[in-house]
Ligand binder design. Structure first.
Ligand code: SAM
Ligand code: SF4
Ligand code: F3S
Length: 524
């Protein structure tokens, strides 16, 4: 064992020069970027290391959204460096990238002189070249400029045969919420064209992908400024789109969803998810995409493959705080959007992001956020204590909510949501749902407690609930769609019995051997 408790390999001292290890922090955007890095490195003849102590190349894909995230990236690197030295290992090549690399650039060499190179969010495709230059003796290489070209064109690169894939459809953010560093780490908004995304998806579906998550900081403003528009004129825009998102004549996100649904090359694509969205660009046209599919006599159908789940960050329940956050929307219009969506399709699972302890947030403001949870009845939430980010407008405000108050509000908020989630999850007991199996459960607790036989598997419903179930067949169910009946539920997950697995049999017959993908860790 090395000092961190990670096991040392038998040939300790030597690192395999042609292996890499990637540690990922942050959001799905970084997860997708790490997959791209792995894919580019393997095309260069490298392979993933079984363990960080084996790796000849260590990459940290870091996040800067909160101070703690930056600290985690730098301290993890320090630990790897220290542990390697203690164990008498060769010095690996070390690179740091992602939003941390983009923002900090050369400053990272001062904090960690053993880092060999820094790369940014727009320079991932240069990774093989950077590694080559470092291998040829260049020191402290920095590749962290933004891509200043107007267009955004790319092809998704996946590393393993998986049923799921992240697909970037736009990048950057023009919203500049006062607390947020992302516009500074991901640059201005740019979108791919619908035609390019469709071709990309067709290629992925042919390799066995059955669920895609369309990615962007704000996918609802997909198409803004996109020149490839005239072929698909949007319907009359009845909401706030046009103020900040795509304008009349641009391509837009609902058009992309409907184009996916009607493309014959994508007939085997079973689920579309997307993240993330901003309430200001959440259009009526998008709400209509959630209509249940195939209702007889309905004037308009929903998008068949669209998963009945929406993650729509709200950040606070108080209009006073929302204004100071620069969110440009009122809580009443947000609640109205949620009401209309639930009316169209009551099975849509809802989640959101919330920040507590923003400068000037009072207990009354916080109570407005608690009230919002009661009103909307989310299925789950992601909540964070406000962390000032240098360079943002909010960083100029006094960070006047003490950290113990922030933590107390965070705990109360999470506890409140757990009670709501439990009640909502229990309403699913007895219902049959289709799930996509993500892999074997890390802990086989249900077997230990006699609640399941065989192996326990973890899956996700379309509405994004986690479902655990036992299976005695001994098959690898990763990447398979199954029909299950929910038998029990807690605030965090559901238990189910498999009632019908012709779906798994059908997808097995397609012959894809799905794996769980990149063996590097993601830390949230
Ligand atoms: N574009 C997405 C959106 O608008 O929600 C994602 C933004 S960010 C990657 C994810 C979440 O981090 C945000 O929704 C917000 O709740 C949180 N966040 C951003 N900046 C923060 C800060 N300075 N302190 C605490 N939480 C923050
Ligand atoms: Fe950050 Fe706001 Fe942009 Fe989301 S919409 S990435 S919270 S600036
Ligand atoms: Fe994501 Fe963190 Fe960057 S949340 S966009 S990896 S700052």
């Amino acid at each position: 064992m090395n000092p961190s408790g990670e096991k040392a390999l038998p040939n300790a001292g030597k690192r395999a020069k042609d292996t890499f290890f990637i540690k990922t922090f942050g959001c799905q955007m970084n997860v997708a970027d790490s997959e791209r890095m792995a894919s580019l490195l393997s095309a260069k003849g490298m392979r993933p290391a079984k363990d960080v102590s084996e790796a000849g190349l260590i990459l940290i894909n870091g996040c800067t959204v909160r101070e703690k995230a930056v600290h985690k990236a730098v301290s993890t690197l320090g630990k790897y460096h220290h542990d390697g030295k203690e164990a008498g290992l060769d010095k690996p090549t070390i690179g740091i990238g992602g939003c941390v690399g983009q923002l900090e650039k050369n400053a990272l060499f001062k904090r960690a002189p053993y880092v060999d190179f820094v790369f940014g969010t727009d320079t991932i495709d240069s990774l093989p070249e950077i590694v080559h230059r470092v291998e040829n003796g260049e020191k402290h290489v920095v590749f962290a400029d933004f891509d200043r070209t107007q267009n955004y064109s790319t092809e998704t690169k996946v590393f393993a045969v998986k049923a799921t894939a992240f697909v970037n459809i736009m990048k950057g953010c023009d919203k500049f919420c006062t607390y947020c560093i992302v516009p500074f780490t991901r640059g201005r908004e740019k979108s791919r064209t619908i035609d390019e995304v469709l071709a990309d998806l067709a290629r992925l579906v042919a390799t066995g992908v059955r669920e895609v998550t369309l990615l962007g900081q704000n996918v609802n403003s997909f198409g803004k400024g996109n020149p490839n528009a005239k072929a698909r004129l949007p319907r009359e825009l009845t909401n706030q789109i046009g103020k900040v998102g795509p304008r009349d004549g641009d391509e837009n996100f609902p058009q992309l969803l409907r184009a996916i649904d009607s493309d014959p090359r994508l007939a085997n694509l079973k689920r579309i998810r997307f993240t993330s969205s901003h309430p200001l660009d959440f259009s009526d046209e998008l709400i209509e995409c959630y209509l249940p599919y195939g209702v007889e006599g309905a004037p308009l159908n929903g998008v068949k493959a669209l998963a009945p789940h929406l993650h729509l960050p709200v950040q606070s329940g108080s209009n006073r705080v929302l204004a100071k956050m620069g969110r440009h929307h009122k809580i009443e219009s947000y609640v109205d959007q949620m009401d209309r969506l639930r009316k169209l399709n009551p099975d849509v699972g809802l989640s959101t992001d919330l920040i507590v302890g923003f400068p000037g947030e009072t207990e009354e403001d916080f109570q407005e956020t608690i009230k919002l949870l009661d009103r909307v009845q989310y299925d789950s939430i992601f909540a964070f204590a406000y962390s000032p980010r240098p360079g943002t407008r909010a960083a100029k405000l006094v960070d006047d909510v003490p950290s113990d108050v922030k933590n107390d509000r965070l705990n109360r908020l999470l506890q409140h949501q757990l009670r709501i989630s439990e009640i909502r999850n229990k309403t699913w007991i007895g219902r049959e749902v289709e799930v996509l199996v993500e892999g074997e459960a890390k802990r086989q607790v249900m077997v230990d407690k006699g609640l399941a036989k065989g192996r326990v598997w973890t899956a996700r419903t379309g509405a994004n609930h986690v479902v655990n179930f036992g299976d005695e067949s001994g098959r690898n169910l990763t990447g398979r769609f199954l029909r299950v009946k929910i038998t029990d539920a807690t605030s965090l997950s559901m238990r189910a019995d498999v009632i019908h697995d012709h779906l798994a049999a059908e997808s097995e017959a397609e012959g894809f051997r799905y794996t769980s993908g990149l063996a590097s860790e993601v830390v949230g």
